[in-house]
Design a protein around this ligand. Structure first.
Ligand code: ADP
Ligand code: MG
Length: 358
């Protein structure tokens, strides 16, 4: 097992920088998720750990060793690819044992290790089958078992679940988390799916493309709770959470903003700003009667999810999203409503720098 450390790392393809000034440490035994929209450099960062993408600036360390120039084969990592890359003409046992065989291990030794790895991922009954006879989830587990057999210091996963259907995805998510708990190994897991990131990571690194004008790709690094409860900037605020956070930009007057007829006093952190970007998650916004100070609106869309519903409210500040359990459900399509902010659950950002204000 090993830690992974990026110190001011930059990665370019030709003259095009894709990763800049990346500072990130994966502690020994930690499960870290790299999450961000397509094209933000997640795979490139992961591949740089494996030695498949060259680092053009800074230092990359695995354990205490600087690996910028170390051969991929010498890095003690295992990568679980999105495409399973199994040999179609070999059985599951053959696929699992292949690496051990070419390392020259004895037959009996190989069989024992393969049986143990198969048991770990629940494939014991499928060892004689070929990959073509397996479901997507089972093939994924073969890839996982193959990685286990390498006994690497660091496991790398690049969107391993995106080919699976929703039911398998949830099950495999739980299996990989359990696997991490059992093995205690360092894992770096790439996904564009923020639900996957929130539910799996000890810590989450939220990444943005450099094209957005950011100094570095890393927008925030923290536990799921930190990233959700205190997003460091507007990018993270909008990326993490579904449905996403409502953000309205309002003029500041006398240390407060007006949300319709609701006066919301601002903390000192917002002093001196002419405008402030005010965020509130859909679960904290609420509906009130017509005589309550708030923002008037009209119910434009209702998405009924059974246990809760997601309302889209048209207002002078644009569409706002509100989420309520169906016990409180009171709105009907087209109905005029008043939206009220919860001042204790505001997220404030500087609209210029997009940074959090407290
Ligand atoms: P993600 O995994 O977050 O979707 P990638 O790391 O695959 O993003 O890609 C980040 C950026 O780097 C993209 O703009 C992509 O087009 C570019 N890129 C990735 N690989 C190469 C390559 N081998 N050559 C040139 N550009 C590349
Ligand atoms: Mg990718």
């Amino acid at each position: 097992m090993a830690s992974v450390e990026f110190q001011n790392v930059g990665i370019s393809f030709g003259a095009t920088p894709v990763v800049r000034d990346l500072n990130l440490t994966v502690e020994d035994g930690e499960f870290v998720v790299l999450v961000g929209p397509s094209g933000c450099g997640k795979s490139t960062i992961l591949r740089s750990i494996a030695g498949l993408a060259g680092v053009s600036a800074g230092d990359l360390k695995i354990g205490a060793r600087r690996v910028n120039d170390v051969d991929p084969a010498e890095r003690d990592i295992a990568m679980v690819f999105q495409s399973y890359a199994l040999f179609p003409n070999m059985t599951v046992a053959g696929n699992l044992g292949f690496g051990l065989k070419i390392r020259g291990e004895a037959r009996g030794e190989i069989d024992a290790k393969v049986a143990e790895a198969a048991r770990t991922v629940g494939l014991s009954d499928h060892l004689h089958k070929r990959p073509g006879a397996l479901s997507g989830g089972q093939r994924q587990r073969v890839a996982l078992a193959r990685a286990i057999l390498r006994r690497p210091g660091v496991f790398l996963f690049d969107e391993p679940l995106s080919n699976l259907d929703a039911e398998f995805r949830t099950a495999m998510r739980a299996e990989i988390v359990r696997f991490h708990r059992d093995q205690g190994a360092s894992m770096v897991y790439v996904t564009h799916d923020q639900t996957e990131a929130m539910t799996m990571g000890d810590r989450i690194a939220v990444l943005a493309p450099l094209a957005g004008g950011h100094k570095s790709n890393l927008m925030q690094y923290g536990t799921p709770d930190e990233v959700y409860d205190r997003p460091a900037n507007l990018f993270v605020a909008r990326f993490i959470g579904t449905p996403r956070m409502n953000v309205v930009t309002l003029p500041v007057e006398g240390g407060a903003v007006m949300f319709g007829s609701q006066r919301v006093a601002l903390p000192d952190a917002a002093a001196g700003l002419a405008r402030v970007a005010l965020g509130q998650r859909p679960e904290h916004l609420r509906l009130a009667g017509a005589d309550t100070p708030g923002l008037p609106g009209r119910v434009e869309h209702i998405e009924n999810l059974g246990h809760e519903q997601i309302l889209t409210i048209a207002s002078d500040l644009g569409p706002l999203i509100l989420r309520e359990t169906r016990d409180d459900a009171q709105a009907a399509l087209g109905q005029p409503v008043v939206l009220v902010l919860d001042p204790a659950r505001l997220h404030l950002f500087d609209p210029q720098t997009e940074a959090r204000l407290d």
